[in-house]
Design a protein around this ligand. Structure first.
Ligand code: HXC
Length: 269
């Protein structure tokens, strides 16, 4: 349960390296935290240097300082590939890659600029591809575990989110394609998590606010509350653990049942 003088919750991920895009906040920071608690080396990949520094301080306190901050836009493939190489130079090949960077805002399709649509598709879909593609040469093969963070928008119509719905549908397709292409003798598994409303995240704040609208939204769910970041982190830990080695190409909904309710939900009131 320890590496050097550091005592971990378990030795599950000791000696393993996880690269996490979007890892400076929200669900992805929660996943970084959980993996660090179980001994993993962590590379936090995000855009904002101040948020990255704060996240690295927190993660370093959990895993004995085995953390690296990488400031890069996941839409910039050459720069991202460089940061992946920096991570590998410090920690060795990658055991786990989480493609979690995302962007979203509410906007009617007819009023959205081409650049607005491209920004969200670029961060979510191209960013997921770039993250996995840039990591591929540096993955532990066989054995590496890749996870994408999707959303119910992938399969449900949500007015004012045509960009995010299209992007997340693409992410889920990519998960299935890469699971097939990188399975077999390559031996890499690729799965996804589809979170519903997760309390305290920028996504919920942007789409539903933190007050009455969010409360109204979740009151109709089979499990009528928001999820916690910790619940997402626990699922991610399970998906990269020895308990899930036979799973690939799957998107696991952890959404309180929102995906059972059909599309058309408006988050704008
Ligand atoms: C209309 C908007 C807009 C808005 C931005 N744009 N916000 N258009 N309504 N509210 C337009 C801009 O005018 C610009 O187009 C284009 O989008 C790009 O904006 P930039 O700010 O230049 O781009 P960028 O810096 O790359 O910002 C990306 C972003 C931003 C997505 C727009 O919101 C962001 O960085 N988000 C990251 C954090 C985030 O959103 N987290 C929550 C994720 S939610 P023009 O034509 O003017 O140049 C989530 C939960 C699930 O993931 C969601 C399911 C997908």
């Amino acid at each position: 349960m320890s590496a050097g003088s550091k005592v971990f919750k378990s030795d599950l991920l000791v000696g393993q390296t996880a690269l996490i895009t979007g890892g400076s906040s929200g669900i992805n920071l929660g996943i970084a935290r959980r993996f660090a608690e179980h001994g993993a080396n962590i590379a936090i990949v995000a855009r904002n240097p101040e948020k990255i520094a704060r996240a690295c301080e927190e993660i370093g306190a959990l895993n004995g300082g085995r953390v690296l901050g990488c400031s890069v836009d996941v839409r910039d493939y050459p720069e991202l590939a460089e940061q992946v190489q920096r991570t590998v130079a410090q920690f060795g090949p990658l055991d786990i890659v989480i493609a979690g960077a995302a962007g979203n805002f509410l906007a009617p399709a007819a009023a959205m600029s081409d650049n607005a649509f491209a920004a969200v598709v670029g961060i979510d879909l191209l960013g997921t591809f770039n993250t996995f593609r840039a990591s591929f040469a540096h993955l532990h093969k066989p054995g590496a575990r890749l996870l994408a963070i999707s959303a119910p928008q992938a399969t449900q119509v949500m007015p004012l989110q045509s960009h995010a719905c299209a992007a997340k549908a693409g992410v889920e397709s990519l998960v299935r394609n890469l699971a097939v292409e990188w399975g077999g003798r390559i031996g890499v598994t690729v799965n996804g998590i589809s979170p519903g409303c997760v309390a305290g995240t920028e996504g919920v704040a942007r789409l539903a606010g933190n007050g009455a609208m969010a409360g109204k939204l979740v009151s109709h769910l089979p499990i009528p509350r928001m999820a916690t970041v910790d619940e997402m982190a626990d699922l991610a830990l399970f998906l990269v653990s020895p308990l899930a080695t036979y799973m690939t190409g799957q998107i696991i909904a952890l959404d309180g049942g929102v995906s059972l309710l059909g599309g058309g939900m408006r988050l704008d009131g």
